[in-house]
Design a protein around this ligand. Structure first.
Ligand SMILES: Cc1ncc(COP(=O)(O)O)c(C=O)c1O
Length: 364
């Protein structure tokens, strides 16, 4: 039996019950007051001028590529240490994902790495805030600006994080968030796109709603063709409730991170690093294991002891599909995929118990 889960939801049924009842009573399951409230509150929180809700970070990223008119013959540089969705959207629109290796300390792409991968075919960069850590985002944004290349921030994990006092969502040209259950705000599935550009916001408004803008007589006016990636009302209720608690969540997770570091670093574990000017949301608490320690053995040992854990994340260029198609070797992201572990991190998690289980797993 799993005694310690990897993640605990930051939402209870009691918190949403009254608003859910209101939605059922009104019959307004989509395009109602809760989606509007979530959108407005996300804009106020992130500092982004425009926010558009989506069904997931994957659909959000995909729509951003469509917005930038990216397709066959184009290249998009992507962080190599991420979840496959980051590259899948590029592949899906027919462009080529160019995998950028990452820092072994922050797990993020460095400007000098990115610069070497830019070619005349580069139509966008997707920078991932690895596991919620935006370290280096401003430098990447500056580099992209100087080259005239749009920067999409894959902030699927980064709600609440900031760099140099600026929240993720207000720094890149386009930012995509996820509200999947592993994230700090969960709507079951869900996502959002933020941008400061008025023209892109108008495009998104139309395209995300079947291509409609305003009315033509008594019916909708379809001024373009479009999609439907709208977040439903019940999901938005969940989002608003958790966004209201985000500060509490950030403090709690950083506190737990500190408690783990105090025990694990003397044992040879190394925590993912965030620069001092970064406020890290610790969406995933990831350590690299000491040399000589089997990461897979540790995950198995923890499981036997009732503690859920998992790998840090994936080396995208090493997945079966991308390795066979592009044959890229990025040593850092490969090393991180093989040697990092994500540990349970939330208020109330028994850090001493987990650390004891780690110690026992390593010895046995
Ligand atoms: C970095 C990154 N990008 C994209 C995604 C996809 O997010 P979603 O599940 O909302 O589509 C994830 C999901 O874990 C992720 O970690």
């Amino acid at each position: 039996m799993t005694a310690v889960r990897l993640m605990k939801p930051y939402i209870t049924f009691e918190e949403v019950e009254a608003d859910f009842r209101g939605v059922f009573d009104s019959g307004m399951f989509t395009r109602g007051q809760h989606v509007e409230a979530f959108r407005t509150e996300l804009a106020a929180f992130t500092g982004a001028r425009h926010v558009h809700m989506a069904t997931s970070a994957t659909t959000a990223l995909w729509v951003c590529l469509k917005l930038l008119n990216i397709g066959p013959g184009d290249e998009v540089v992507v962080s190599d240490f991420s979840f496959p969705a980051t590259a899948n959207v590029v592949e899906d629109v027919g462009a080529k994902p160019v995998f950028a290796d990452v820092s072994l300390e922050t797990y993020n792409v460095l400007p000098e790495t990115l610069e070497k991968l830019i070619t005349p075919r580069t139509k966008a960069v997707i920078f991932v805030d690895a596991l919620g850590n935006p370290t280096g985002l401003h430098e990447i944004a500056e580099l992209c600006r100087s080259k005239g290349i749009p920067l999409i921030e894959d902030a699927a994990c980064a709600i609440g994080s900031s760099e140099n006092g600026q929240h993720c969502g207000s720094i890149a040209d386009l930012t995509c968030f996820s509200f999947h259950p592993r994230k700090l705000i969960s709507t079951g599935e869900g996502g959002a796109i933020t941008t400061n550009r008025e023209d892109w916001s108008q495009w998104l408004d139309v395209k995300l709603s079947h291509g409609s803008r305003g009315m033509k007589g008594v019916a909708l006016d379809f001024v373009d063709y479009g999609y439907n990636f709208r977040l439903p009302e019940l999901q938005a209720v969940m989002g608003c409730k958790q966004l209201a608690k985000i500060e509490e969540i950030l403090v709690e997770r950083n506190h737990v991170r500190g408690a783990y570091k105090a025990v694990l670093e003397p044992m040879g574990f190394a925590a993912q690093q965030a620069r001092p000017d970064v406020r890290f949301n610790v969406q995933s608490l990831v350590f690299s294991v000491p040399s000589g320690c089997s990461r897979d053995g540790l995950i198995a040992g923890l499981k036997v002891r009732g503690v859920e854990s998992t790998i840090g994340t994936y080396s995208l260029s090493s997945t079966t599909y991308y390795a066979s198609k592009y044959a890229v070797n990025n040593p850092n992201s490969r090393w991180l995929e093989a040697n990092t572990i994500t540990l349970p991190c939330y208020g109330g998690v028994d850090v001493q118990m987990v650390c004891q289980a780690i110690q026992d797993s390593i010895i046995s």
